[in-house]
Design a protein around this ligand. Structure first.
Ligand SMILES: Nc1ncnc2c1ncn2[C@@H]1O[C@H](COP(=O)(O)OP(=O)(O)OP(=O)(O)O)[C@@H](O)[C@H]1O
Ligand SMILES: [Mg+2]
Length: 272
């Protein structure tokens, strides 16, 4: 791993706290653009990995505008906010989720988490360092954008999973995220899930488009080029909207749907 110029929030603290073996198990799910399917991918990937016999923890890192609880139909009494403020132990905040994995929920409408402070940084790092050795996979569902909160959360992970759709706006924001990560943070594998594809093979096209822009504008300045690894494509599938509407995982309620099959394939590749 090579290190680039330090990011606005120094990730080196986390590097010390999380042992390298555990760091590899932490995946940050991010996208740049909002609403492209980060939470859908995180929750269903967790359920798919659990089906493969893995111990999985999802941490809702969208700290101020959390909504994985909504997708999982959980009504959290204890959240990360309670852990951060010392009102709850970490063990009490880890809840079982319907897909056979564990989840650490965050609160919603909490403006204090809209920007990173040293306290939040320290607490988040402590929690991630503590849970990482106990699970095979820890998935961090980040918020949209490239705020310092999102970038710091990503800095805690050993690999980054970028979710993009074929929409030009999503591609632009995915590219911006990849560029910021490549130029300001420690190098880690960047993997791609192309969500809401309209025809088979669109994921490969999207990867090639993103890779071409990265090759042209980012890689020339780097000692080691960024290579995007396509984990899979997920079709635009009405079953996903139905499942979200019913506050259930599509993998649980419609395991044979195209989206579920695609998520199982993604999980198989992530594990490999
Ligand atoms: N493959 C898909 N097929 C059909 N609809 C989808 C698919 N993926 C996501 N959606 C729809 O997009 C909505 C937004 O997805 P999701 O909440 O996962 O996005 P997000 O990136 O986490 O958003 P935010 O940036 O707000 O956190 C879902 O509620 C669902 O209705
Ligand atoms: Mg989300």
């Amino acid at each position: 791993m090579s290190t680039f110029a330090s990011s606005p929030v120094d990730p080196s603290v986390a590097r010390i706290a999380v042992p390298p073996a555990a760091l590899r198990r932490i995946t940050a799910v991010t996208s740049g653009k909002g609403g492209v399917g980060k939470t859908f991918v995180t929750a269903n990937l967790a359920a798919a990995l659990a089906r493969l016999g893995r111990r999985v923890l999802v941490l809702d890192a969208d700290l101020g505008l959390a909504n994985i609880d909504v997708v999982l139909n959980l009504f959290p009494k204890i959240t990360l906010h309670d852990v951060f403020t010392g009102r709850s132990s970490l063990a009490d905040a880890i809840l079982p989720a319907p897909g056979g994995f564990s989840v650490l929920l965050a609160g919603s409408g909490m403006v204090e988490y809209s920007r990173m402070t040293p306290e939040i940084r320290e607490q988040l790092q402590r929690v991630v360092a503590e849970v990482a050795p106990k699970y095979d996979h820890v998935l961090l569902d980040t918020g949209a954008g490239i705020s310092d909160v999102v970038l710091y959360t990503i800095s805690l992970a050993g690999e980054v999973l970028v979710v993009a759709t074929p929409e030009p706006t999503s591609l632009t924001d995915a590219y911006a995220t990849i560029k910021v990560l490549a130029t300001t943070q420690t190098r880690r594998p960047i993997r791609l899930v192309v969500n809401q594809v309209r025809k088979p093979g669109e994921g490969r096209t999207v990867r090639a488009q993103l890779q071409a822009v990265v090759d042209r504008y980012v890689n020339p300045g780097l000692s080691e080029p960024v290579r995007l690894d396509l984990l899979g494509e997920v079709p635009s599938d009405p079953s996903v909207r139905d499942a979200v509407q019913r506050r259930q995982l599509v993998l649980e309620t419609m395991p044979g749907s195209a989206a579920s099959m695609a998520m199982l394939a993604v999980a198989g590749k992530l594990r490999a």
